[in-house]
Design a protein around this ligand. Sequence first.
Ligand SMILES: N[C@@H](CCC(=O)N[C@@H](CS)C(=O)NCC(=O)O)C(=O)O
Length: 198
Amino acid sequence: MLKLYNMPLALNCYKVRLLLSLLKVPYEKHSVDLLTGDHQTPEYLALNPFGQVPMLTDGALVLRDSQAILVWLARKFGGERWMPTHPDDEALVNAWLSAAAFELRLGPYDARLAKHFPWLAINANTVVEQSARALGLFEQRLTGREWIALDHPTVADVAAYPAIAQAGDGDISLDPYPAVRAWAARMQQLPGFVHLLD
Ligand SMILES: N[C@@H](CCC(=O)N[C@@H](CS)C(=O)NCC(=O)O)C(=O)O
């Protein structure tokens, strides 16, 4: 049985829960409370020296980093659909996975941390500007297309969804981004979709 080391409010964990649910893959959750330092115990660091969630184990296999976990899950349980192997398509998906991990992280993800966990955010003074940049790029990409990387949903959509959907938590409005809002509504219609706290 897959085991997800999970903190419910952590957006990188939500990415993984969302794909597990979309793929209907059974798993068990192991709760990690970042606020009490569960991720800094010797036992946890022995498995994941980065001291972060999410972490996913499958027997002896230990995976960290939400993007890497999404790709692994998609390849193992989702066939070609969620993570294609054709080099052209794969590169497009990877490029948008990177945008979820970098541009969205500096923008709405860190805006949320800055508001609710101010001691964690390292660049709180730039989150408004970075959010406008990141969401502007996603708006541009999604104008005239339904899904972020390809003509159907992929792990790129799953990786982007949590930080965008929860942008309001950091007082970042999606009002200026109609194509992003329409895409988010499409995500919510996918069979197996779950919200952050479902
Ligand atoms: N690149 C990693 C980043 C993971 C990450 O930043 N996780 C946060 C929670 S969302 C965390 O564990 N923070 C605790 C820490 O870094 O000490 C991923 O995408 O999974």
